[in-house]
Write a protein that binds this ligand. Structure first.
Ligand SMILES: [Zn+2]
Length: 683
């Protein structure tokens, strides 16, 4: 993935850019920002000293973080512009007198979500049935049916743990069942164990947050405080048995296929038969238990902890996960802990933004149809597909030219590259949400029913052939991804818009920016994680031993470089966590540069905005990443985000590209250069 999803907060930014004439009433359109914006630069900075600030300093100065955001960026601003388009679509859908099913569903969902008075009047009532079921539990072992109901009615799908379908790591054409660790209320496992003052404070603030949720459910102050301490203690035990983020990047660490019988025997603390009878998946033969140690620990805790502790835990997590669909006191409580305390946001997002995002999250391919119709032109699809194909042919040639790989490994790498599917804009077949009952007066019910639809859809893939046309992001999403098991790259319509891809701009910034993103995703197929999957998406070692060893040595050059970067409060990047993204960032830019050179070969390119064509390529590259991030959020992302912070995603790449030093005539020894023998290079 290119940017971090967590960093994609959205709000209306101060424009440092040219705006197109406002769209006519009722006709949503996006404000235009050019793909290379000279006003976003700070030319008082020497590009050879700090290239990121040279390319983005003007943007940073003119784009303070809006109060409802934890960070602000070119990507986030485009996502915000998309929200405005989506809002218009949804307001029209809600008001239209005669409507088809898709329009009615998204319109009524949005209308119910916006009906704050109705939501307020119901308070915590939407939780009443589940709270009664929690109170009626007679043993921890018997919570299976309730757990299954809570999981399927929750948009994240995970309460205590997650269950669903996944591609078989050994045979990507098969869908099997997968069980995954979960159950934590803090965003990252390490929060439970760090001993620095800030981490100790974070745990105390989390305990207070849980206590306030329990108070909102009607507990006394004293009970809520005691129960919150129980919840934190239980979560700490679950966290201890959970794999760390870095460990989760190793696909072999999460591959533990076994029979259902072996799984249930390994974790006898839960009545799995009763759990599955309510979850109702298709017949389960093979299951993948991603973290066996977690499920063993969970099973032990179910047997050792009193029922009352588990009841407190379920109450707290029910309220925490459903808070967004409840009355203001719940919404405010979640905002104040997660976005304000952990992320540094000053204000809550206005309701309409939260509602638009909910429709996108729950009925995304219904809303996406209207979005694509409004903003995505067939010419853009054709032009970006041509760019993808050019970059793929450059990558094929570069694989052949690598002097550190043997012919056999090269042949397998080329097979894999040729097998990658290119998915651009939107899915060929739209998901049909027709069976979801959407009420205009029951927001919490809509959230639960849409979550249950998604859960059933996901579970029913088990035993079915893999649908290679399925997308993991919705069309308006401003992001892109590579999926190693599908072996495909996916570019939603939302990310193929100015200023990221700008049809009005020359090739240099477009290749620097969108070309770099395309090549970044392709490179993920060959980063330290992606390279372990073959052309079919199977987890199979196709590398000759000595080639793999050379890859690992080259990757170490990159992780050492990034591990030395200090981000905030003396905290440094965890280069093992960000390695895959850092490899993709460097490979992506090297490939995009070569592809651009070939695209413009033989042409005489003019200087524009006082920048040579090569300089425009690099400034276009850097400007995808212009951003400001609150220190609270930087700290949080260092623990959980596999991407390096934006300034290092730019400066960390250009120091490894002699083409950059040439473009800006950087002297040897300047900060944006490296001695030749220390330059990192893989693809
Ligand atoms: Zn990525």
């Amino acid at each position: 993935m290119k940017p971090t999803l967590a960093a994609l907060g959205v709000a209306w930014g101060m424009a440092s850019c040219l705006l197109a004439p406002a769209a006519r009433a009722g006709e949503p359109g996006l404000p235009y920002t050019p793909g290379l914006d000279p006003a976003a630069m700070d030319r008082t900075v020497d590009p050879c000293v700090d290239f990121y600030r040279y390319a983005c300093g003007g943007w940073q100065a003119r784009n303070p973080i809006p109060p409802d955001q934890t960070s602000w960026s070119v990507f986030a601003k485009l996502a915000e512009d998309n929200l405005q388009v989506l809002r218009t679509i949804l307001e029209e859908a809600a008001a239209a007198p005669t409507r088809d099913t898709v329009t009615r569903q998204i319109g009524d969902y949005y209308a119910a979500c916006m009906d704050e008075a109705a939501i307020e009047a119901r308070g915590a009532a939407p939780l009443a049935g589940d709270l009664a079921a929690i109170a009626a539990l007679t043993s921890a072992r018997s919570m299976g049916p309730l757990l299954a109901r809570l999981q399927t009615a929750t948009p994240s799908g995970s309460i205590l743990f997650g269950a669903g379908s996944q591609q078989d790591p050994d045979d990507s054409s098969r869908q099997i069942a997968g069980f995954n660790q979960g159950g934590l209320g803090l965003p990252e496992r390490d929060h439970y164990f760090r001993t620095d003052a800030k981490s100790v404070e974070t745990r105390e603030r989390y305990r207070q947050h849980v206590a306030r949720l329990l108070l909102l459910l009607g507990e006394s102050e004293a009970d809520a405080a005691n129960h919150a301490a129980d919840v934190l203690r239980l979560e700490t035990a679950l966290a201890r048995a959970s794999l760390k983020r870095v460990e989760l990047r190793d696909p072999y660490a999460t591959k533990h296929k076994m029979s259902l019988k072996a799984f249930t025997a390994m974790a006898p603390g839960l009545d799995w038969r009763a759990y599955l009878a309510t979850l109702k998946p298709p017949a389960l033969h093979t299951v993948n238990v991603a973290q066996p140690a977690f499920f063993k620990a969970l099973s032990n805790l179910l047997q050792s902890e009193p029922l009352a502790v588990w009841q407190s835990y379920l109450r707290a997590h029910l309220a925490n996960q459903r808070a967004a669909a409840l009355s203001a006191s719940f919404v405010d409580e979640n905002f104040s802990f997660y976005r304000q305390y952990l992320g540094g946001a000053k204000q809550m997002q206005p309701r309409w933004k939260r509602c638009v995002r909910d429709v996108d999250a729950q009925l995304g391919e219904a809303l996406g149809q209207a979005f694509v119709q409004k903003v995505f032109k067939p010419e853009t699809r054709a032009a970006t597909l041509a760019m993808v194909q050019r970059i793929e042919s450059v990558m094929a040639r570069r694989i052949q030219q690598r002097d550190w790989m043997s012919p056999a490994t090269k042949a397998a790498a080329l097979d894999k590259l040729r097998a990658i599917r290119n998915k651009i804009g939107y899915p060929e077949h739209w998901r049909d949400y027709g069976s979801v009952v959407i009420s205009r007066t029951d927001h919490a019910g809509n959230v639960q029913r849409a979550a249950a639809f998604e859960s059933a859809r996901d579970l029913h893939k088990i035993g079915q052939p893999v649908d290679r046309g399925e997308w993991g992001m919705t069309p308006p999403t401003v992001n892109a991804y590579f999926d190693p098991q599908m072996n495909d790259i996916n570019f939603p319509a939302g990310v193929l818009q100015p200023p990221l891809y700008d049809p009005l701009m020359d090739d240099a910034p477009n290749y620097g920016n969108t070309g770099g993103t395309i090549a970044h995703e392709l490179t993920h197929g060959f980063d330290d994680e992606g390279r372990q999957f073959d052309a079919r998406g199977n987890l199979r070692d196709w590398w000759k031993k000595e080639d793999a060893a050379r890859f690992t040595e080259k990757a170490k050059c990159i992780s050492d470089q990034y591990s030395a970067y200090e981000v905030v409060d003396g905290l440094k990047i965890n280069g093992a966590l960000t390695l895959g993204e850092d490899v993709a960032d460097l490979g992506g830019q090297v490939l995009a540069y070569q592809a651009w050179q070939e695209a413009v070969a033989g042409m005489t390119l003019p200087e524009r905005d006082g920048l040579s064509p090569d300089q425009r390529f690099f400034v276009g590259f850097a400007q995808w990443a212009c951003s400001n991030t609150r220190p609270e959020q930087e700290r949080e992302l260092l623990l959980s985000d596999p991407h390096s912070p934006d300034r290092f995603r730019i400066n960390g790449v250009v120091v490894n590209m002699p083409e950059f030093a040439r473009a800006f005539a950087c002297k040897a020894g300047s900060p944006m250069t490296k001695p030749r023998e220390r330059v990192c290079s893989i693809w």
